[in-house]
Design a protein around this ligand. Structure first.
Ligand code: SF4
Ligand code: SF4
Length: 300
């Protein structure tokens, strides 16, 4: 039998085609090399009922969370856009942790339980952070929260001594029986990149880490209520990616060249490449395959 042969001529057109195909294949490998995010934050709405002296939202008078006059902004992500994001996450086979606030109080949005339930139905693992004010006197809401959220982080900011702190912990452990409870406590506050400029925060050292590695852009996909995409909690204006999720798909943004560049440079400790990272107060951190490692700093 005559052996089949291929006619490969080295014309400029063929060389270009071969080069393009190799280039695309390398690109594809690079794309596949980025693991999918471990955690997703979809901020449902912009507001919070509290004014914690340490919270970065106090310094945002850009109109995103507060007006230039300091008034609270109250805007929401439309429900159809939230559902579209959940569908897209499901199509990417994302089964990791998901929450619905950023610098805002999740329970001020009465769609929260329903949306978290939709995420759970799609195979994701909802969790939530809260100041507890909406939940405290609503037993039914506590029950539903314990059912849908895999864990709840309650901010304890009002205690005056150790005894009061322990009493509050006991209260929430009973109130949210059935889920895991963690506590974010006021005394562990540190100076954040965009901490508000006030007397209490001014007393804390503002430490930066210009040459430290940072894996946050590899772990988190944060989407603010207005569609801004950010790489970490410090990136509260979406300065790093400069992308809006309402203009592009999650997949396009996550596997974009810009995102890969940010990941690579921060893996190499090149914070100096980005103004935000250079002034960032988040310490060195590396990639862990166990997303719950990120919760080790909370009180139990
Ligand atoms: S409760 Fe949370 S989001 Fe609200 S001001 Fe305090 S720290 Fe910020
Ligand atoms: S260095 Fe800071 S600002 Fe930059 S990605 Fe990491 S946590 Fe965010």
């Amino acid at each position: 039998m005559k052996r089949k042969t291929f006619d490969i001529s080295f014309s400029p057109v063929n060389i270009f085609t071969m080069f393009k195909s190799n280039f695309l294949s390398v690109q594809l490998k690079m794309k596949l090399h980025i693991p999918l995010f471990q955690r997703v934050v979809i901020e449902l709405q912009s507001n919070c009922n509290r004014d914690c002296y340490f919270c970065s939202r106090q310094s945002d008078t850009s109109g995103k969370r507060r007006t230039p006059e300091g008034k609270r902004v109250s805007k929401s992500m439309p429900a159809e856009k939230v559902m579209k994001l959940l569908d897209e996450l499901q199509s990417l086979n994302f089964k990791g942790y998901i929450t619905f606030h950023h610098l805002s109080e999740a329970f001020l949005d009465n769609r929260l339980i329903q949306i978290a339930t939709e995420a759970k139905k799609r195979g994701m693992r909802p969790y939530v952070h809260t100041n507890g004010d909406v939940l405290r006197n609503n037993e039914e809401l506590c029950k539903k929260s314990a059912e849908v959220f895999e864990y709840v982080v309650v901010g304890l900011y009002d205690y005056n001594n150790q005894e009061e702190k322990e009493d509050q912990k006991e209260f929430w452990i009973k109130r949210l029986y059935g889920t895991t409870i963690l506590f974010s406590i006021a005394e562990k506050t540190y100076r954040r990149t965009y901490s508000p400029d006030n007397e209490k925060m001014g007393k804390l050292e503002k430490k930066t880490y210009p040459a430290a590695i940072c894996a946050n852009p590899q772990k988190y996909l944060l989407i603010h209520y207005n569609g801004d995409v950010s790489c970490c909690c410090e990136d509260m204006y979406g300065e790093l990616m400069k992308s809006n999720i309402f203009d592009k798909s999650i997949k396009e943004i996550w596997y974009s060249e810009e995102h890969k560049k940010i990941i690579k440079e921060l893996q190499g400790g090149e914070r100096k490449k980005y103004d935000l990272c250079l002034k960032c107060t988040m310490g060195p951190n590396s990639y862990s395959p166990y997303p719950m490692d990120d919760t080790n700093h909370y009180d139990r």
